[in-house]
Design a protein around this ligand. Structure first.
Ligand code: NAI
Length: 396
């Protein structure tokens, strides 16, 4: 089968197994340009098959020679369906990490369930003894409620309706969108799905089971943004979920200090292209203009560079930049006043046609395709892929 990109409503409906291999290889290749990290020995990543979680896993496995355990929710290939990019990322990560002489384990299971927490904790205790770092990098659209029914998160503004522009990736056009304000229930549901409740459940579970090593740390990724993204992000339903995440980090910090002399951290990360971020209205256009400006000022970081710097300088290094709430401010380049002013200027003054021609927009497209295994150099996209043969590959 020849696999060509297929996108619907800014979501890829397929992925390319060989392209995903090239993508994971490119992340690993990037780590080689950096000095090693003196970091954790054993790491649990919840949401490590793509985006920030995958970049964290690669940075620590290849940069710090850490053992990694990853929990992700991905679909394998079936009949004519290619499986998700994250499925292939897990498989290829394993094959590359094989050469390291360290241990890497994947659980493709629902992170929200107690059964997953039990199985993963048992594995950690049996095979690694305990973990030094727990990374919570989940981006989920739904989570089972207490009654078993799925609760869905909604990305909406709060208070007033919001009008703005985004990029329709499949049609390659700029379109205007209007989002009605969230109801109280939308806010509640989004906090339940994307807030810090499940992160806290994981850390408490691991702590109660004595699966956290002395000085163990935990970290999750928030987004603060600026006035450009405020209505749809920080001031909207997602912002409420992130406030909850940050509050719970404070509670976990107290608990970890007492139990293992550890800490709970929040990194305010920069906007990057991931399958989750492209789903957020306006983000494709904001990120395209932002990339244009950050590249012009030589302050652009790839997703891997961003996470490498986080662990090397801030989590395990002595170059922490924190704000009064204790959050690690990895977003200082993005939020620089001039960068934001120029980004806003591009977004509001350029015609739709000009916006689509920006180098930043091309970078956005290139990255969005690459994270699904498309458009990578040295991959033969006319190659007939035997999906049945690939379907026999399983993450270990
Ligand atoms: P992503 O969509 O690339 O990755 C999400 C991960 O969560 C995947 O590994 C997926 O398999 C896993 N996942 C989803 N539902 C699951 C479930 N039920 N059980 C197990 N695993 C599940 O997302 P991205 O963008 O890397 O987001 C990760 C975190 O970083 C999120 O909390 C997001 O808010 C945060 N963040 C992202 C930014 C961005 O620009 N992408 C900026 C700042 C923060």
């Amino acid at each position: 089968m020849i696999i060509k990109p297929s996108i619907r409503s800014n979501v890829f409906t397929n992925a390319h197994p060989e392209g995903s291999k090239a993508y994971v290889a490119s992340l690993i290749e990037e780590t080689k340009q950096f000095d090693p990290i003196k970091g954790p020995k054993n790491v649990l990543i919840i949401g490590g098959s793509s985006g920030y979680g995958l970049a964290s896993r690669v940075a620590l496995a290849f940069g710090a020679k850490a053992n990694t355990v990853n929990v992700s929710f991905e679909r394998p290939p079936k009949n004519k369906k290619t499986g998700t990019a994250g499925w292939w990322n897990n498989i290829h990560f394993q094959s590359f990490a094989n050469t390291l002489g360290t241990t890497h384990k994947d659980f493709v299971m629902d992170a929200f369930s107690l059964k997953t927490k039990q199985q993963v904790t048992d594995y950690i205790k049996t095979h690694l003894g305990g973990v030094d770092l727990v990374i919570y990098s989940l981006a989920a659209g739904a989570r089972p409620g207490e009654d078993g029914n799925l609760v869905k998160s909604k990305i909406l503004p709060i208070g007033e309706k919001e009008e703005g522009k985004t990029i329709d990736v499949a049609k390659r056009e700029v379109k205007t969108l209007t989002l009605e304000p969230a109801e109280e229930k939308d806010i509640e549901d989004t906090v339940y799905v994307m807030g810090g409740g499940d992160w806290q459940d994981w850390v408490e579970y691991l702590n109660n089971e004595a699966a956290l090593n002395p000085q163990a740390k935990t970290i999750s990724y928030t987004y603060i943004g600026s006035e450009i993204t405020y209505p749809i992000y920080r001031g909207g339903t997602l912002g409420k979920a992130k406030e909850d995440l940050e509050t719970r980090a404070g509670l976990m910090d107290d608990m970890l200090r007492e139990s293992v002399n550890g800490e709970a951290l929040i990194s305010s990360s920069k906007a990057v292209v991931t399958k989750a971020s492209v789903f957020i209205p306006q983000m494709p256009l904001y990120v395209s203009c932002l990339f244009e400006v950050m590249k012009a000022h030589n302050v652009h970081e790839t997703i891997l560079e961003h996470k490498y710097r986080l662990f090397k300088d801030m989590v395990y290094g002595s170059l922490r930049q924190t704000d009064p709430s204790g959050r690690l401010r990895m977003d200082s380049f993005e939020l620089n006043e001039n960068i934001q002013k120029e980004t806003m200027n591009l977004m509001t003054t350029l015609s739709d046609a000009k916006l689509l021609q920006l180098n930043g927009t091309h970078d956005f497209y290139k990255t969005f395709y690459a994270i699904h295994g498309f458009g990578l150099p040295n991959v033969d996209y006319d190659q007939d892929i035997d999906l049945d043969a690939y379907a026999k590959m399983k993450p270990e």
